[in-house]
Design a protein around this ligand. Structure first.
Ligand code: TPP
Ligand code: MG
Length: 296
């Protein structure tokens, strides 16, 4: 933490909800990226909380773009900067709806073409800005305005979809671990080509949690193993320190579910199903890390 610059790249006037996980993450993303950065933001909470020029939250240029087009826009922007010899960081900051659902075609194309930019998806697990409708990233059992009895299908495994593009750098993170975010963004931006980071961003109004518990809820996700922090640099897959510690003895997923109003309709059978999915995923991730280490 001592290496993280004290200078703030976000001004103290965000119109976020109190305890917004995506804003906390962005604070550390921009500290890592520095001034020579352009943000590309499609329609999402972050396109609203930025304010209206000249009363802006950000101290770097922001380009707002249509929902489906963030990765296409970042591709063109990055190509243009590189054509004139500039190394300016191009960072997409997009929600889960704009990434896992509506922007996935442009994203897949840009990743496959090998464009030089960093795409960050902050995942509040619903279409937050428009009032918390379910997205492909909403987890099983979660209540949203369009799943009033809890979502009946699983969260889309966005990371495995992205992984199929064989990126030079891919990682997961969580708003509750700012030093981990900072290090991952720094590393990502040091590598040429397409990079992707998927950040779990607790959302107090959407998740029905007290605003002062954002950091705690994110930590509960990691400690239970329902959210795993890892990074993949080319073929080298590593589990990040907080998850390595958590995976020795994961806490019950039920504790994480019970802490949030959005899971209040989850019955015992669904809770057991979610726990079984988490157990299976943790085994897969541990095996992947072991394989990567053996074959390094
Ligand atoms: C093509 C299109 N469809 C719908 C909308 C309305 N809209 C704006 S933001 C948003 C939700 C975005 O959800 P997500 O990407 O998860 O970001 P979050 O709001 O959760 O931060 C929607 C549906 C839009 N702007 N454009
Ligand atoms: Mg969202």
């Amino acid at each position: 933490m001592t290496e993280i610059p004290k200078e703030e790249m976000l001004l103290k006037c965000p119109s976020t909800c109190a305890g917004c996980g995506s804003l906390l993450a962005l604070r550390y993303i921009l500290k890592a990226a520095g001034k020579d950065t352009v943000l590309v933001i499609p329609a999402c909470c972050n396109s609203v909380i930025q304010g209206v020029y000249p009363y802006m939250l950000h101290t770097v240029p922001v380009y707002n773009i249509a929902f489906a087009a963030a990765a296409a826009c970042a591709s063109g922007m990055s190509e243009a900067f590189r054509a004139v010899g500039k190394k300016t960081n191009v960072i997409v900051y997009a929600g889960d709806g704009g990434t896992a659902d509506i922007g996935i075609q442009a994203l897949s194309g840009a990743l496959e073409r090998g464009e030089d930019f960093l795409y960050i998806c902050y995942d509040n697990e619903a279409y937050g800005n428009t009032g918390m409708q379910r997205s492909g990233a909403t987890p099983l059992g979660a209540i949203t305005t369009t799943t009033p009895n809890g979502k009946t299908v699983n969260k889309k495994d966005l990371d495995r979809i992205i992984e199929a593009h064989n990126l030079p750098y891919q990682a997961t993170a969580c708003a509750s671990y700012p030093a981990d975010i900072y290090n991952k963004v720094k590393k990502a931006l040091s590598i040429p080509g397409p990079k992707f980071i998927h950040i779990l961003a607790p959302c107090p109004p959407g998740w029905r949690t007290p605003s002062e518990k954002t950091v705690e809820i994110g930590k509960m996700a990691v400690k239970s193993g329902i959210w795993v922090l890892w990074e993949k640099e080319y073929d080298k897959f590593t589990i990040s320190a907080p998850s390595r510690a958590a995976m020795k003895k994961p806490s019950p997923v039920a504790d994480y579910l019970k802490a949030q109003g959005r899971f209040r309709k989850v019955d015992d059978a669904t809770a057991a199903k979610i726990q079984a999915q988490v157990d299976k995923n943790l085994k897969k991730i541990a095996a992947e890390a072991a394989y990567s280490e053996e074959n390094a």
